[in-house]
Design a protein around this ligand. Structure first.
Ligand code: MSP
Length: 511
């Protein structure tokens, strides 16, 4: 039986249109999901939309439609964006679905049965944009007299009856979790941030609201709807079939990785494990958080008019090109800036020149000088062995980076071999060998095809379509494209299709 691997994206708020930040989270998780499938795992990759709460209710009101019609429309838009980005989710969950209501009411009941819910009165700051409660110390007064929370979102003073979750009772258990499971929060900078937040003292959390009703009703408590983050976080468990212990997907829980942005780490690394501990459910293995994209050095915002629409980027530069750029340009955990110049440079230098030309040169020499057939291996030279060994060593190195979500380092390791292969082809000059030593020429081209095959195989999670075309041209059968397939070299003499460029250069459109 295959080992399971369950990974998730955050579920997206349906208050506005999807932008590149959302696409980024989904592509990161997608690359990991595809990698794990090729590495032999039984993967469950979950994404979807977060549809309740005050923020969504307000967005629907502003759009002049009822919340359900509004969320149907925006959820479909997010799903369309995910499809356009090549995101291979296995389930698309929506928090307005019946299965989720049933599951979340059961979660509530279990937490209540554990004695960790009590009725009280909430009085304090609330930021609708973040759907978060903030303490006095986290709120700053602005020159115009308004107040903002730590994320810059405006806060308002709310006072209402509310159910509370005894978060304060979980402080020690949470600290023990971070201690005994050091990989629970990644990267380390975020782990430290979470630990110091928890050490500074946890206050009980308001988990129901009474001033609006776009939410899941609290069981047996008329007038109360559940706090949207309790509702939203539970999507991960709902999708595994909770509360049915015989649900076919229950085998996937607990999640192996929750991929999240740095802005929502507190919800995933503090509140979520505490809810699960209270309900007596197993805890996720890891919460991995990425940094933010800014555009041309500025934060994306509607008012600046610089919000990047993922589908436009794909139209302009190509899907695999954008997926590569997103994964390559910045370290996962860090913030990074995107610009036209940076995208074009990655496409033209790394994809078109380094990788595209390497494959094109190799394959066109085979087409021209080897009758279009995969050449045989000759007696290997020291140079041949060095290059093949570097390629063969890649899988465990890349796997380790994927397990730590250091995607850009995985790509850098692959590119070391791409560059070594380019140095090898220049040095061996197989085009010249065609006149002097045909057998050696074949042997050099064979070393190159073996190397390119490994590179293309490992790059499939990042750029599925382009690498698929590259593997077609290398004659790799569909059932030999997973990582286990790399252990067997292809038989010599196989007829290869005529080579075609896979990574075109980006050329500025003429005005
Ligand atoms: N609905 C909550 C998540 C609930 S999960 C149980 C939410 N939704 S969101 O739509 O606001 O954000 C979803 C993801 O998009 C977050 O991981 C967030 O970090 C990411 N991004 C939003 N803007 C971003 C950038 N500018 N750059 C990178 N990612 C950013 O939070």
């Amino acid at each position: 039986m295959k080992q399971t691997f369950f990974l998730t994206t955050p579920i997206y708020y349906v208050n506005g249109a999807p932008h590149i930040g959302h696409a980024y989270t989904s592509v990161c998780a997608d690359v990991l999901a595809r990698f794990k499938r090729l590495d032999g795992y039984d993967v469950f990759y979950l994404s979807g939309t977060d549809e309740h709460g005050q923020k969504v209710e307000k967005a629907a009101r502003d759009a002049g439609v009822d919340p359900q019609t509004f969320t149907d429309r925006v959820s479909a838009d997010f799903r369309g964006m995910s499809d356009a980005m090549g995101v291979s989710y296995d389930d698309w969950i929506r928090t307005t679905e019946e299965r989720h209501k049933v599951s979340t009411c059961e979660l509530w009941r279990r937490i209540a049965a554990s004695g960790n819910i009590y009725l009280g009165h909430y009085e304090g700051w609330y930021a609708v944009r973040d759907e978060a409660f903030y303490d006095d110390g986290e709120v700053t007064l602005q020159p115009d007299g308004s107040r903002i929370g730590p994320s810059g979102a405006p806060v308002e003073w709310v006072r209402e009856p509310s159910y509370f979750f005894k978060l304060s009772a979980f402080q020690d258990k949470l600290l023990e979790l971070y201690e005994t499971q050091p990989d629970f929060v990644a990267p380390t900078s975020r782990r430290n941030e979470v630990i110091s937040f928890v050490k500074s003292g946890l206050r009980d959390l308001s988990i129901s609201r009474t001033t609006f009703n776009w939410g899941i009703p609290v069981p047996d408590a008329p007038g109360h709807v559940m706090y949207v983050w309790l509702d939203a976080l539970n999507n991960y468990v709902t999708a595994c079939g909770f509360p049915d212990p015989d649900a076919p997907r229950w085998k996937y829980w607990p999640a192996d990785v929750h991929v999240v942005g740095k802005d929502i780490i507190r919800f995933h690394a503090v509140y979520w494990p505490a809810f699960l501990m209270a309900a007596g459910l197993p805890l996720p293995r890891r919460v991995s958080s990425h940094g933010w994209w800014i555009v041309d050095g500025e934060k994306m915002s509607k008012s600046l008019g610089n919000v990047v629409e993922p589908r436009k980027l794909v139209e302009t530069y190509g899907l695999d090109q954008i997926r590569y750029f997103l994964m390559r340009e910045k370290p996962f955990g860090a913030d990074g800036s995107m610009s036209h110049a940076a995208i074009v440079s990655r496409i033209n230098v790394e994809l078109a020149n380094d990788l595209g030309n390497l494959a094109q040169r190799t394959l066109s020499l085979i087409a021209r000088n080897c009758g279009g057939q995969l050449p045989a291996h000759g007696e290997p030279t020291e140079d041949d062995l060095v290059l093949l060994a570097a390629a063969d060593a890649l899988l465990p190195i890349v796997r380790d980076h994927m397990d730590r979500q250091t995607f850009n380092e995985a790509l850098e390791e692959i590119w070391k071999v791409v560059r070594a292969a380019n140095a090898y082809i220049d040095h061996q000059a197989p085009w010249a060998l065609n006149k002097t030593d045909k057998a050696r020429m074949g042997s050099v081209l064979r070393v190159l095809t073996d190397t390119i095959r490994t590179i293309a195989t490992l790059l499939q999670p990042f750029m599925p379509a382009s690498t698929g075309r590259m593997l077609d041209q290398l004659g790799v059968p569909a059932d030999a494209r997973d990582f286990a397939g790399l252990a067997t070299r292809l038989p010599a003499g196989e007829a290869l299709p005529p080579p075609q460029g896979v990574f075109p250069r980006y050329v500025e459109p003429t005005a």
